[in-house]
Design a protein around this ligand. Structure first.
Ligand code: F6P
Length: 361
């Protein structure tokens, strides 16, 4: 029987996703109602490296945050305590022992870590050093394995769908091709879902490398039957068959590579191939900002509250997950280092193809 959990730390790591505050609120309220104290750790693991960057969280502190985007605790994707990037000539420093020490100094019994694959992997390594944790998966990309959905995804898809709806009318008025670049890193979930919801004509995803001549033929065929405009949704990680992804910046030891630019590249290349005016729009961080949808608020609340249940049961080293319709716990070890991609033979891809969406594959 493990010692009862009386005081927990909460942190948010990696890129933000709408619904983070809803998780924090659910953890704080559920913990309070179970007699557990909460401490908010600021800017991911920085709050353990620098314990002065932590503060008590009570229901009063989380009132009104359910509908807010971002995270009241702040976040960073440059704060790996095992290789902390200090701007010194000596390079990254290992602060993991310091985190374990400060975890105890703060009187914490366990952590709720809300983050993507990278953040959860770090927390799991800390657990091996005696810091019990429960993870809550977060990403707009929806690419974490062992859960059918992450909060933030629905908000990103809703925003992208609205953008595609708006682009339809201007594309139609000017008889243009509009190429919309959406986020998603190495997975095509946002492109696929927003493309289907928005009635896109072409959807390009990393899982199905495309041939531009097939895309342009699809656009020309539409022209022949009288549709004089087309909407192309391109995932930022999409790439041609035999070609590479388009990067804004290459990765470094403490930063992942930044994808971006495929939309512009496709629009330029399609002009001569289709004989049509082609424009591109990059939705970028607009997909991540703003208020979460009701779906994301509910999923985030369920994850946060279940994380507290797991802590109370002494069930550590697990991540909350949606196995629809239930929220369950899955071992973190089965999640880290893996990515959940769109299966090319899935019913959703088949459906998209049946209704005439071209993937250029
Ligand atoms: O993982 C979420 C995400 O928004 C990706 O879709 C995107 O590639 C990346 O983060 C952008 O990261 P940053 O905000 O660090 O540029």
């Amino acid at each position: 029987m493990s010692t009862p959990v009386r005081r927990i730390g909460i942190l948010t790591g990696g890129g933000d996703a709408p619904g983070l505050n809803a998780v924090i609120r659910a953890v704080v309220k559920s913990a309070f109602n179970a007699g557990i104290e909460c401490v908010g750790l600021e800017d991911s693991f920085d709050g353990l490296i620098y314990p002065e960057r932590s503060r008590p969280l009570t229901p009063r502190d989380v009132t009104g945050i359910l509908r807010l985007g971002g995270t009241i605790l702040g976040t960073t994707n440059r704060g790996n305590p095992f290789a902390y990037p200090l701007d010194t000539a000596d390079g990254p420093v290992d602060y993991s022992d310091r985190c374990v020490e400060n975890f105890h100094k703060l009187g914490l019994d366990a952590l709720v870590v809300i983050g993507g694959d990278g953040t959860l992997a770090i927390a799991y390594e800390l657990q091996k050093r005696g810091v019990p944790m429960v993870g809550v998966p977060k990403t707009i990309d929806n690419d974490i394995v062992e859960t059918t959905m992450t909060f933030g995804f629905d908000t990103a898809v809703s925003f992208a769908t609205e953008a595609i709806d708006r682009l339809h009318s201007t594309a139609e008025a000017h008889h243009r091709v509009m190429v919309v670049e959406v986020m998603g890193r190495y997975a095509g979930w946002i492109a696929l879902h927003s493309g289907m919801a928005g009635g896109a004509d072409v959807v390009l995803i990393p899982e199905l490398p495309y041939h531009l001549d097939r895309v342009s033929e699809h656009i020309r065929a539409r022209e022949r039957w009288g549709a004089r405009f087309s909407i192309v949704v391109a995932a930022e990680g999409a790439h041609p068959a035999g070609g590479g992804r388009v990067l804004q910046t290459a990765g470094t030891p403490d930063r992942m590579e930044r994808l971006g630019g495929i939309g512009e590249q496709i629009a330029r290349a399609l002009e001569p191939l289709t004989g049509k005016e082609c424009r591109h729009v990059v939705l970028g961080h607009l997909q991540r900002g703003g208020t979460p949808t009701s779906y994301d608020r509910v999923l985030a609340t369920r994850f946060g509250s279940y994380a507290v249940e797991l802590l109370q049961a002494g069930h550590f080293g697990v991540m909350t997950a949606l196995h629809s319709p239930n929220v369950v716990a899955v071992p973190i070890a089965s999640v880290v280092g893996r990515t959940r991609n769109v299966p090319p033979d899935s019913d959703i891809v088949r459906t998209a193809k049946h209704v005439g969406i071209c993937f250029g594959d």
